[in-house]
Write a protein that binds this ligand. Structure first.
Ligand code: SF4
Ligand code: SF4
Length: 499
């Protein structure tokens, strides 16, 4: 499906400008300061991805190193292994409850402060790798969709191959107010990003790479263009394009991308791969893929935006599993009281009660601290703001009333299943009615109909999405036969992460 040369978007939803800033700063202020966090301990939940939880492969008292695997998914299941981002001792393995009420085992590791890497972590010198090699490396590295969904990336690659997609989309459309973690990856690590895109395109078996970004992100666009120019000479067989979008929230969600690029309305259960012949990867995920291939480093850390009312806004590079309290304590200006701490972005994140025992995970792009909202909700004044804001073009106020009255069937007829839990309706309501938990919560509770969600809060066990299931097993023997010939890809790389 060919794309034209215009600016893309969908209708409705939120057009952020400075008027919607609730912290006294621009909602798109660039929080580009990057600090590294070295936590004293980490907590690694065995379920940080879409699919089956991992099983711990370490025991209490074991000493582990950076990059060492501590949890493996059950044989033949959809999942992604979990690795340690610090060196230290396993102090406990027990069940925890995550903010979205998911219960799973977690491995607790106390740092030895030595930051010792596992001997298997070393840069790759031979980049003559096959599509199978790339997929296998990504699988072993535990890489999942870091934009919120947490779908294991190897499974997405496999499904894309089987669906016969034409191109890969690199999702650089970080549109939540305050969140800038993906934008920092683009500006500071554009070479890694583009190399990751080449590797993923090779693994999927396509040569067209489309980067999707807001037209207003001029610094990031320049970084992408420069990296593409540097890469193009070595990969003349690949076509690199940038597709410009209007700046809207929540532009990066796959169903809205399908609407914007191809004017397709994906129903719950329909996939980009099958319907639009494209597969989309978040830009931080793409970066992580190249880090795994070039440096041999599994997914053990990520950039997290830490922002809110009372601090200046930071981007931190933290080991996955760092307790939220350790991240907040490392930043000056945090108010200890009156704060509502949200795991995730301001609109789509989930409020935390116990930041000492809840960690940032593979799918956590931000930690947001906002002053608890003042005032209480009042009655609906039928202003229509929530309907105007809803990107899925459903009627949030009506749906909430139907669910509150137990009229679930009517709510389904009114399209409640389309809700993507974006939070826009709650955000705009002048009566302070929190519509999203009721609507998105109902969708999440109906497991059969739950779509691959926009937020990590709706991770569930329903993994058969579309006719090509994510459970299609990655068959190494079968793929090896393919990789012997036309799918062999060469990935020369000259090193150097920062642009
Ligand atoms: S949370 Fe659901 S109902 Fe509310 S605006 Fe987003 S998609 Fe619409
Ligand atoms: S935005 Fe709030 S007050 Fe306005 S119609 Fe929706 S629920 Fe009612």
């Amino acid at each position: 499906m060919r794309l034209g040369e215009h600016k893309f978007s969908f209708y409705k939803s939120l057009l952020f400008d400075n008027a919607l800033d609730f912290s006294g700063r621009s909602s798109f202020m660039k929080e580009i300061m990057l600090e590294k966090i070295y936590p004293t301990r980490i907590i690694l939940p065995m379920k940080q991805h879409y699919g089956s939880p991992c099983i711990p492969v370490v025991k209490k008292g074991d000493h582990v190193l950076i990059g060492q695997c501590v949890g493996m998914p059950p044989e033949g299941s959809l999942g992604a292994p979990v690795h340690s981002g610090i060196s230290g001792n396993v102090t406990d393995i027990r069940q925890i409850e995550l903010p979205d009420t998911t219960k799973c085992e977690a491995v607790f590791i106390s740092s030895d402060r030595k930051r010792t890497h596992h001997p298997s972590i070393r840069p790759r010198s031979d980049f003559n790798v096959s599509a199978t090699n790339v997929t296998g490396m990504i699988k072993e590295a535990g890489i999942v969709g870091m934009g919120g969904e947490g779908i294991p990336t190897w499974a997405k690659i496999t499904r894309a191959r089987k669906s016969g997609v034409d191109c890969i989309l690199v999702n650089c459309l970080q549109s939540e107010p305050y969140a800038t973690s993906d934008l920092l990856r683009i500006t500071d690590y554009a070479d890694y990003l583009i190399m990751g895109a080449v590797a993923l395109a090779g693994a999927v078996g396509v040569t067209i790479i489309e980067c999707l970004i807001s037209e207003k992100k001029t610094t990031e666009i320049t970084a992408l263009q420069s990296a593409m120019e540097r890469t193009q000479s070595r990969y003349s067989g690949y076509a690199f394009n940038i597709r410009y979008f209007k700046e809207r929230f929540p532009q990066g969600y796959y169903r809205l991308v399908a609407k914007a690029l191809w004017d397709k309305n994906l129903e719950p259960g329909q996939t980009l791969e099958e319907t639009c012949k494209a597969v989309m990867f978040n830009c931080s995920t793409v970066y992580a893929c190249w880090e795994a291939i070039a440096d041999g480093m599994p997914l053990v850390s990520r950039i997290i935006t830490v922002t809110g009312n009372d601090n200046d806004g930071h981007n931190v590079l933290a080991p996955i599993g760092t307790p939220v309290s350790e991240i907040l304590n490392s930043i000056n200006g945090r108010s200890e009281t009156m704060d509502r701490i949200i795991l995730g972005n301001a609109l789509t994140g989930i409020a935390l009660k116990d930041p000492d025992n809840i960690p940032v995970m593979k799918t956590t792009p931000a930690v947001t601290v906002i002053r608890d909202m003042e005032g209480v909700s009042s009655h609906c004044m039928h202003c229509g703001s929530c309907s105007r804001a809803c990107p899925m073009e459903i009627y949030p106020s009506v749906l909430k009333q139907l669910i509150d009255r137990g009229m679930n069937e009517k709510a389904e007829n009114e399209g409640i299943g389309k809700c993507i839990a974006c939070g826009a309706c709650s955000y705009v309501c002048p009566s302070r009615i929190d519509l999203t938990p009721t609507i998105a919560g109902y969708v999440a509770s109906t497991a059969k109909r739950t779509p691959a969600s926009f937020t990590s809060s709706v991770i569930n066990e329903s993994i058969d999405i579309g006719s090509v299931s994510l459970l299609e097993r990655y068959n190494e023997e079968e793929e090896d036969k393919i990789s012997d010939d036309k799918d062999t890809i060469l990935l020369p790389f000259e090193g150097g992460k920062r642009v």
